[in-house]
Design a protein around this ligand. Structure first.
Ligand SMILES: [Zn+2]
Ligand SMILES: [Zn+2]
Length: 336
């Protein structure tokens, strides 16, 4: 029986039959758990869909909780990129409701549909043993690079007048984002930008027929960490961008929310550097460094006031740029 035929009939077959030729004792602890999950649920399509959705919810909210705690502890303010803007519990709750709405209306069906589509292209799901890390690593690096480029262009498109006004404006509600706000977006945006996350694995499957869903899960977990941390609003001395200078991190994306422009990519700084969409960001970094040097020896309060002024200037510029984009959308609507 061909692989696809196996998958198609899997739902009607007892799950334990799928593992008829597997030597249980030779499997790792995680592989045994994996196998038991499929045997217990006894329907590979439901087992895969449920595992994927649960993984997404647990990682999304699990990764957001430490940031909620950090926001509640004043000690961490010294590393906050916009220290005057701490999200209130009310804002966090409003954000959680919108995120959950998107998860159940867009992400749940998309996650559920992704698997039959990827399986029909040759992706493995219930199969054990898992691929080796040497197989998984280059695949995950490809997904990172693909998503970063896709996001860079799609995100810029979302900043054009009509798309901004009707879709992306919601994500820009917070000029100082926080972890939970990573997926705070219009359902259409979740769908458009989610395509960048899932199209990499789909294309990879299409061309190689060599991909296990575990690799996709590792990619999704890393991508969620990347997105939530980039929205955290904190730049610690131990943040990844200080170890890998090409990594975007919070310091890069926080500027996008504050200034409304520049820094459109997700994981890496390369696209913005190559296409010159980080000019304002780099000028701002220079200003910060110059200000720090000029304020040496001044009191903490004086330094805070100067920093505050600079942040307020950038934000006011961002608000003007946003109003311009929206006015253009109004003009286009009236012209039609
Ligand atoms: Zn944006
Ligand atoms: Zn954002």
């Amino acid at each position: 029986m061909s692989f696809n035929a196996t998958v198609a009939s899997a739902a009607h077959e007892s799950a334990s039959q799928l593992y008829a030729n597997v030597d249980f004792a030779s499997l790792s602890w995680l592989e045994q758990l994996w196998m038991q999950w499929y045997i217990r649920i006894d329907n590979p399509i439901i087992a895969t869909g449920l595992m994927s959705f649960l993984l997404h919810e647990i990682v999304y909210f699990g990764r957001s909780i430490p940031w909620i705690i950090i926001d509640a502890i004043p000690y961490f303010r010294k590393w906050k990129l916009q220290p005057n803007k701490i999200p209130t519990p009310q804002e966090q709750w409003e954000c959680t409701k919108q995120v959950l709405f998107s998860h159940f209306t867009i992400e749940l069906p998309a996650i559920w549909l992704f698997h039959p589509l990827a399986e029909s292209l040759g992706m493995q799901t219930y199969q054990v043993p898992f691929p080796s890390w040497q197989t998984m690593l280059p695949q995950i690096l490809f997904f990172f690079a693909f998503e970063d480029m896709f996001h860079y262009f799609a995100h810029q498109a979302l900043h054009t007048s009509i798309l901004y006004k009707h879709i992306h404006k919601l994500h820009h509600k917070y000029s100082a984002p926080f972890g939970l706000a990573a997926e705070y977006a219009h359902p259409a945006e979740v769908f458009i930008l989610g395509t960048g996350t899932l199209a990499g694995p789909i294309l990879y499957c299409l061309f190689t027929q060599n991909l296990h869903i575990l690799t996709v899960y590792v990619w999704i977990v890393l991508r969620l960490f990347q997105a939530i941390d980039a929205h955290s609003g904190y730049d610690f001395p131990w943040s990844l961008q200080h170890i890998l200078p090409f990594w975007s991190g919070a310091e890069h994306h926080d500027f996008h929310h504050m200034a409304f422009t520049n820094n459109y990519s997700t994981s890496f700084r390369w696209c913005d550097r190559i296409f010159g969409t980080d000019d304002k960001y780099r000028a701002y970094r220079k200003k910060i460094d110059a200000q720090k040097a000029a304020m040496k020896g001044k009191s903490k309060a004086e330094r805070a006031i100067a920093e505050q002024q600079l942040l307020a200037e950038i934000e006011a510029e961002g608000q003007r740029a946003e109003a311009e984009v929206e006015a253009r959308a109004e003009g286009k609507i009236k012209a039609q």
